[in-house]
Design a protein around this ligand. Structure first.
Ligand SMILES: CC(C)(COP(=O)(O)OP(=O)(O)OC[C@H]1O[C@@H](n2cnc3c(N)ncnc32)[C@H](O)[C@@H]1OP(=O)(O)O)[C@@H](O)C(=O)NCCC(=O)NCCS
Length: 329
């Protein structure tokens, strides 16, 4: 087993106060609570208000992390933000967060790896610390998917929610805890199964974009579902084998919260009973890059993850990207 060089310290999260329930969607599109719960496991999602930007939500989560890590904003050397729904296309939301936090010494940048963004971000942070480039790296996953969701498309709008989660990456303090394995993978050939057709350089904003609603997320649900199950299974296998562990060694599995059926299939493949699997998709829906750090924070605060716990995190998202990480807490 790899000796951990880098550890995760502190967790934080923020979810907007406004909630959209399945009953709300019954009034907006042709759907039903029964259909949504049966096909996705989602009951409600949190939706940001005008001041709940990606940067603002991230700040709430980051402040909790700094408090637990016992450091101030000036001690942060880098901010790595996973987001697919940045506040602006330029500059990155990480830059806005850096200014909001007063993290004057931090380099700041976003990572666009969709729902895998937090695990990609943790892996980049691990590299920055082990290379000696940074001592303290704040890693965030934050999304305001409600701003890029088409609320007239029943097949996607019921899925997504907003929120932010964070942790801090630094060199290990005692050699027992930290990142044991990380695995990243991409298949760009499948990009158009889950994407936003317009708004970027290939199709800059114009009247057609508005008419086609091409600014919003488009998804081939069934194909994405199949790829998600396949990829998350692959990622679990690869990360566990890299760590020299089996499913029996894992105390908590935190899968990306997209759909309860994908989560159950991932757990089944990994050989993990559902009582070891953390599920909050019913309360938040799919918050993309924010999904794993929100769940991680809940697990830590609920005592499901304690010192010495072995945690397997696994994600899948647009790109397609997928990733897994094994961490000893
Ligand atoms: C989107 C998803 C829930 C749809 O479930 P599904 O079982 O695959 O359903 P299908 O897309 O095959 O659609 C089945 C029927 O339900 C209908 N339907 C779609 N959305 C609906 C809704 N919200 N309410 C009611 N009916 C709906 C479809 O129109 C279709 O009707 P038809 O048979 O008359 O054509 C599922 O495919 C999924 O979760 N995919 C992965 C999505 C995901 O996780 N994306 C993010 C990855 S990070």
């Amino acid at each position: 087993m790899k000796r951990p060089l880098v550890e995760l310290v502190g967790t934080g999260r923020y979810t907007p106060t406004k909630v959209l329930t399945n009953a709300d969607f019954e009034r907006m599109v042709d759907t039903s609570d029964e259909w949504i719960v049966e096909r996705t496991g989602i009951r409600e999602r949190h939706i940001s208000g005008p001041t709940e930007t990606v940067a603002a939500m991230s700040k709430f989560a980051a402040v909790q992390v700094l408090e637990q890590a016992g450091i101030g904003p000036l001690d942060i050397d880098a901010i790595v933000m996973g987001t697919a729904s940045p506040d602006r296309l330029l500059p990155s939301s990480a830059c806005d967060l850096q200014a909001l936090l007063g993290a004057d010494n931090a380099a700041a940048f976003d990572i666009q790896a969709a729902c895998s963004g937090f695990l990609y971000g943790l892996t980049v942070a691990e590299g920055l610390v082990t290379a000696g480039t940074a001592r303290h790296v704040l890693v965030i996953g934050a999304e305001r998917l409600s701003t890029i969701t088409d609320y007239t498309d029943r097949s996607t709008c019921i899925l997504f929610g907003d929120g932010a989660g964070a942790t801090l990456v630094r060199a290990v303090s005692d050699g027992r805890r930290g990142i044991l394995a990380s695995y990243l993978k991409t298949d760009g050939r499948l990009a158009e199964l889950l994407y936003r057709p317009g708004g970027g350089g290939c199709h800059p904003p114009d009247e057609r974009l508005l008419a086609d609603r091409g600014y919003f997320i488009k998804m081939a649900g069934r194909e994405v579902f199949k790829a998600a199950v396949r990829s998350m299974a692959d990622a679990c296998d690869q990360a566990l084998s890299q760590a020299g562990l089996t499913a029996r060694d894992v105390d908590v599995l935190i899968p990306h919260q997209a759909n309860i059926r994908i989560i159950e299939a991932t757990a089944k493949h990994a050989g993990m009973p559902m009582d070891k699997v953390y599920v909050n998709v019913d309360r938040y829906g799919n918050t993309s890059a924010a999904s794993i750090p929100i769940a991680l924070d809940e697990c830590v605060r609920e005592g499901r993850i304690r010192e010495g716990s072995t945690v397997l995190m696994v994600a899948f998202g647009g790109g397609f990207t997928w990733a897994a990480m094994v961490v000893r807490w």
